[in-house]
Design a protein around this ligand. Structure first.
Ligand SMILES: O=C(O)CCC(=O)C(=O)O
Ligand SMILES: [Fe+2]
Length: 209
């Protein structure tokens, strides 16, 4: 099984090539690195921490009602209903900071987004299991723009058939974009880790039908 890890050295400073596809086949993933200074990124982290309507996520997994330690929130243009693992959510109206981040993501990707799913991981004990963002409500093969604030965490992609994995560290204030057939052919996850004791906030801007 092929395992590629994009190291922080490869991605350091001006050597980041946001045009490079990090996937060898079956989709497109681009890493834009840090969009903000550390001070700006820390400012966004604080505002999001304090102003977002964070709630523990509920899900039904294999018939069991689960309440996650990770917190989530869901914002959008209109009150989209969003259902996964049989729990449903209704989008809240954009905050000022989410709107400005949405505009930055749109400018970088040349696409538009109408909603955002936010995740708050208090520390490395919290993560997200392998999944694809391929719910029916999402526009097929539409780009997903992922902006991260706070603790740097490793993000993994695994091809559904070949099991090839790609690892990438998502820095404070960075943008990652998953596009084209990525959700059809690849899974992704945020592994838990003993190495991280600080919180991280992740925003995924999406296009709902
Ligand atoms: O926290 C991350 O970087 C990934 C979040 C994610 O995959 C999701 O919200 O669907
Ligand atoms: Fe996801």
């Amino acid at each position: 099984m092929l395992k590629t890890e994009i190291s922080k050295m490869d991605l350091f400073g001006s050597t980041i090539d946001s045009n490079k596809n990090l996937l060898p086949y079956g989709g497109t993933v681009n890493y834009y690195g840090e969009l903000f200074s550390q001070a700006e990124a820390d400012g966004y982290f604080d505002v999001l921490w304090n102003t977002i309507d964070w709630k523990n996520d509920e899900a039904f997994i294999m018939g069991k009602h689960i309440i996650t330690k990770r917190k989530v929130a869901w914002y959008g243009d209109s009150d989209y209903a969003y259902t996964y693992s049989r729990s449903s959510k209704t989008a809240l109206p954009w905050t000022a900071e989410l709107l400005s981040l949405k505009e930055i993501a749109e400018e970088k990707t040349g696409t538009t987004f109408n909603s955002c799913l936010l995740n708050l991981y208090h520390d490395g004990d919290e993560g997200m299991a392998y999944h694809s963002d391929d719910e029916k409500a999402l526009a097929k093969n539409s780009a997903i723009a992922s902006i991260s604030f706070g603790a740097e965490r490793k993000f993994l992609l695994k091809h559904k058939q070949t099991k090839e994995t790609i690892g990438i560290f998502l820095a404070n204030g960075s943008l990652l974009v998953m596009a084209d057939e990525t959700q059809t052919n690849w899974l992704h996850r945020l592994p838990t880790t003993k190495k991280v004791s600080k919180p991280r906030i992740n925003l995924t801007f999406r296009t709902m039908n």
